[in-house]
Design a protein around this ligand. Structure first.
Ligand code: R5P
Length: 232
């Protein structure tokens, strides 16, 4: 099965968790896009839900699908968020932000009673870190922040290189919040909690892509069928 077909399978399984009246967090990325498309079909068939998008891209897609949207200011507590991930381990620790949406994704996930990750099997890893860890930083003081991030990575016992993410026109990539992203190529993250704690101390770091203790379950689509982790 193609990767897209697997992503759609995982999305379809997560859709079965959606009940009428739910307040949903809508994730970002190529896997979450399948979920939003399938949800749109259900909405047009009469399902009444409200969605909080985690990016402008998801907002545009959900609007086009006819999904009623709201903000976290209107609904500070959500029932369920369904989102993709760049990596997940068996303890449901995640790396997210490959598509630059980590900040809103983390706020929405933290506001949700349940967060279900949908992924194809390529995202499941024994140890996080092969995928570069996105670290969202404010443009002001970039070089000083970059150095402080390097020190924080070292304090957490990790090592690697940091690169400023560029957009396709070769200018710095800007997130929906108007921030830059430093991608940390670490290879392995042996102590995600220590790294998350160290990064949180750096002024200028807005958020990072380690999602620890946020996902409550995962649906992973493999060629041999669906595998679930946690509470699905
Ligand atoms: O910023 C983007 C998000 O964290 C995505 O959920 C993540 O990058 C996975 O995206 P995809 O489903 O396209 O692999």
């Amino acid at each position: 099965m193609s990767a897209e077909a697997l992503k759609r399978e995982a999305a379809a399984r997560a859709l079965a968790l959606v009940e009428p009246g739910m307040r949903l967090g809508l994730g970002t990325g190529s896997t979450a896009k399948h979920f939003v498309a399938l949800l749109g079909e259900k909405v047009r068939a009469g399902l009444d839900v409200v969605g909080v998008p985690t990016s402008e891209a998801t907002r545009a897609q959900a609007e086009a699908e006819g999904i009623r949207l709201a903000t976290l200011d209107e609904f500070p507590g959500l029932d369920l968020t369904v989102d993709g991930a760049d990596e997940l381990d068996d303890a449901l620790n995640l790396v997210k932000g490959g598509g630059g949406a980590l900040l809103r994704e983390k706020i929405v996930a933290a506001a949700s009673r349940r967060m279900i990750v949908i992924a194809d099997a390529s995202k499941r890893v024994p140890t996080l870190g092969a995928f570069p860890l996105p670290i969202e930083v404010v443009p002001f003081g970039l070089e000083a922040t970059r150095r402080a991030v390097e020190r924080a990575i070292a304090v957490a016992g990790a090592s690697g290189t940091l690169g400023l993410r560029n957009a396709t026109d070769n200018t710095p990539y800007l997130t929906d919040g108007g921030h830059f992203i430093l991608d940390a190529r670490l290879g392995r993250i042996e102590a995600p909690d220590a790294l998350a704690a160290a990064l949180a101390t750096v002024p200028g770091v807005v958020e990072h892509g380690l999602f620890l203790g946020l996902a409550t379950g995962a649906v992973i689509a493999t060629d041999d069928g669906l595998v679930t982790l946690g509470d699905v």
